[in-house]
Design a protein around this ligand. Sequence first.
Ligand SMILES: [Zn+2]
Length: 291
Amino acid sequence: MHRQIHAQCTLELDIRAVSPLLLQGQQEEQGPASFYRAIDPQDKRKKYCIPATSLKGVWRSAAERILRTMDDSLVCDPFNQDTDATQSCSKRFENSSPENVRHGLCPACRLFGSTAQVGVLQLQDSWISPKAKVENRTGIAIDRFTGGVKQHALYTIAPLAPGTSFRVRADIVNVDLWHLGLLALVHREMNEGRVRVGSGTHNGLGHVAVTWKLVRFRFPAGVRNTDSLPAWLLENARTAETEGWRSNPWVSYEVMEDRLDKLKRACVEELVGKLGKGRQGFAPITQEGLD
Ligand SMILES: [Zn+2]
């Protein structure tokens, strides 16, 4: 749990299919394999959806890979139970003090979470923007045991067509700029097609374009610890209306599209500046933010 909140950040982005996109849900009887659908709590209608857990999984494994190329002992391997440099943080900090967790947790677990500590990133389920097109494609079924082609097993899939887009919202509690820097690098990998979403990614599916639309920083007015943000950002950001109860107001700064590339660069620089200091370099500056 995060005991005290210093700065919150909301990142609104758009994920648009560049190639056909198929994230499979329950396959309907006899029908083609189709994209996952769920009830949108906003309007109670059944819609195409990228579940938060799926997207978080894609982002996490991409982030781990990026960090590993920078320093191969920087992130843990969530499946490694051995007591070596890449031992899973969940295992390593099973019975540790909060102070040990604070210094030793790997950056991927800080952002995405482990059983030792909740991650600072919270993703919402992403719902499709209106007017989605659905494609039907024919493929050949592969026997999952032999790897061979199943006889007479032509199947069809119904991926979403290129151009289909989803609105995504991510919140970061107690944000540090390197969190956004890491996400910016992950999204660049997705834009380049090196990190893909859903199934059929080896057959050209799952290439998406990620566009940041808005980043909003929010501070409790009393604390207003804006030291962590670059001065140009505060000068240029739109200061949104103060919200909340009178005794506990919040101040927010919104960074819109034309300034987002500059923000991304500043955040990536922040991330790069932490390399070389090991995991401890990623520890939050203030202790109050952590349990
Ligand atoms: Zn870890």
